[in-house]
Ligand binder design. Structure first.
Ligand code: G6Q
Length: 554
């Protein structure tokens, strides 16, 4: 049966008409316990979704939809290692990477846990040797800088986590991330680095990704040029390069020695891979024990997710409230607003996690969906956003549900900062909910001495409609454990939504066409003229770029 034909979907549709009229403030007025009743707490995270147009009936209908759509069954299938990534015929087992229990996890009758533990032990060894200055560069000096070369899932996870856990890093070992094929990224990163004390980690599941290999080759060239007088090329690459990949043949061909290659498995999707050896830069930056704390936090969330009834389940309720906005209230975008500068890259990370997983238009059987799926995810840290796009959140014509994320305790001790940060975060959710009426605006303006036409003209511009929804997510502190739980929370949120929409959240065919066509455009650029078969705009753009290029630049 199609999702939209299910009675549980239809019941929500009917209910949405009634709820669409009600104001969130009235829901609070009617239920003094609402703030508690629509909040959940687990794994060190408070998830308050009370500032959404959701009643007890809405929740019950949403949970009924999730059950009816088979969320518990798909969840069990994932944890059992079944091949739920149907278009690639793969299991989906990022949860195995952080399985801290002694439970085996089977794929095709084989326990994957011994292999995972073996790689983790090797990561520990590498982290200890590099951080302890035991493993050295080719000229005998300890490493001071790590440069991760990877893109997409092989970049955003480690970049986001390493940045988020900055206070846990060691000043003696700086982590850098190069992803963009734009040479500016690598060039800017290498400026000021000492090749004798720099370690490159080439992170690529396939080891065929154009951007990563181009950057890796240029980095190798830089190293060889700078240190050619000090050691032969093979020795330089041996000392200064490591790789994380499933393609051991390609890493060997690049010159990386097997002891420096960390494998992973086809059942780890790129955007879910920071828990694998792709997390090596994290372990190097913060130490392996803290990397394990990150895994432990995620495991705690996994246990919560698989063992808690949906109505009390943090990721499931976040998914259901999100889906309510998207499919029943017509709000297809979602803002991620971390009130933590160290979570700078969380919006970009979640953008990939969510939009690459659920940006799909056909269901698992290949039938186009007749309902909206994954939202547009965007955002930036507060309080910066307040001085920029928050105008749109408060007074724009579109309603954007938002996640406000904040830690009660600061990582830094500069006096006064954390109170300001917390106050702004909480006040923004209050302002979005409450708004400001025309009467309130008039009273304010009158108190300032304004009267008559001027007052009336200004009033509508200063009115806030309010009734704008938000979730608030509060951590005690931004530390490895709570960050692990937070990321797993979002992974499972995306899972639940994808399960209800009956889409495959674990493939990403939508990124292929552009890659394919880039090959053709590249040939044209190299040949110095556009080839046949392009649309007129593309053809003209190729010609224009060629005309604009300074001779000798190609
Ligand atoms: C993530 C995607 C994608 C992938 C990159 C890098 O889920 O699959 O972002 O991570 O394309 O791929 P490689 O790791 O193979 O270089």
């Amino acid at each position: 049966m199609r999702l939209t034909d299910r009675p549980t979907w239809k019941a929500l549709l009917a209910h949405s008409r009634a709820m669409g009229e009600s104001r969130i403030a009235d829901l609070f007025a009617r239920d003094p316990q609402r703030a508690q009743a629509f909040s959940l707490e687990s794994c060190g995270i408070l998830f308050d979704y009370s500032k959404n147009p959701v009643s007890a009936e809405t929740r019950q209908l949403l949970v009924a939809l999730a059950e009816d759509a088979g969320v518990p069954a798909l969840m069990a299938a994932m944890f059992e290692g079944r091949r739920i990534n149907v278009t690639e015929n793969r299991a989906v087992l990022h949860i195995a990477l952080r399985n801290r229990s002694s439970r085996p996890i089977m794929v095709d009758g084989q326990d994957v846990m011994p292999g995972i533990r073996a790689i983790l032990e090797r990561m520990r060894g590498m982290a200890e040797r590099i951080r302890g200055g035991i493993a050295k560069g080719s000229t005998g000096r300890a490493f001071t800088d790590i440069v991760n070369i990877g893109i997409g899932g092989s970049d955003l996870g480690p970049l986001m986590v390493t940045t988020a856990l900055r206070p846990f890093g060691s000043p003696g070992l700086r982590a850098h991330f190069v992803s963009n094929v734009d040479g500016a990224h690598l060039a800017a990163t290498l400026t000021g680095l000492d090749p004798e004390t720099t370690l490159f980690i080439v992170s690529s599941k396939t080891f065929t990704t154009q951007e990563t290999l181009t950057n890796a080759r240029s980095a190798r060239e830089w190293l060889l040029t700078k240190l050619s007088a000090k050691a032969p090329a093979a020795i330089l690459v041996e000392h200064h390069f490591a790789a994380v990949s499933t393609n051991l043949e390609a890493t060997a061909a690049f010159g990386i020695i097997p002891e420096r290659v960390f494998g992973f498995w086809d059942w780890v999707g790129g955007r879910y891979s920071l828990w694998s050896a792709i997390g090596l830069p994290i372990a190097l930056a913060i130490g392996f024990d803290r990397f394990e704390a990150l895994l432990a936090g995620a495991f705690e969330m996994d246990e919560h997710f698989r063992n808690t009834p949906l109505a009390h389940n943090l990721p499931a309720m976040a998914a259901l409230v999100g889906l309510w906005h998207i499919d029943f209230l017509g709000r297809p975008t979602h803002a991620v607003l971390p009130y933590a500068q160290d979570l700078l890259y969380l919006p970009a990370f979640l953008q990939q996690l969510d939009m690459e997983s659920n940006g799909k238009r056909v269901d698992r059987s290949g039938t186009p969906t007749n309902y909206l799926t994954g939202p547009v995810i965007w955002g930036a840290p507060g309080t910066n956003g307040q001085h920029a796009f928050f105008q749109h959140l408060h007074q724009g014509t579109q309603v954007t549900p938002a996640d406000f994320i904040v830690a009660a305790n600061a990582s830094d001790t500069l006096p006064g900062h954390n109170e300001l940060l917390l106050a702004n975060c909480i006040a923004q959710t209050e302002a979005l909910l409450r708004g400001k009426s025309a009467d309130e605006v008039r009273a304010e303006l009158k108190a300032r001495g304004m009267r008559g036409e001027e007052l009336e003209q200004l009033t509508p511009h200063r009115v806030f409609p309010g009734n704008r929804p938000s979730n608030t997510i509060v951590l005690k502190q931004l530390d490895p454990r709570s960050l692990g739980a937070l990321i797993a929370f979002y992974e499972h949120k995306v899972f639940v939504q994808g399960a209800i929409w009956n889409i495959n959240s674990f493939d990403q065919w939508g990124v292929e066409l552009g890659k394919q066509l880039a090959g053709g455009v590249l040939e044209d650029l190299k040949a110095g003229k556009p080839g046949p078969g392009h649309d007129p705009s593309t053809q003209r753009l190729i010609q224009h770029v060629l005309d604009q290029q300074v001779k000798g630049d190609r």
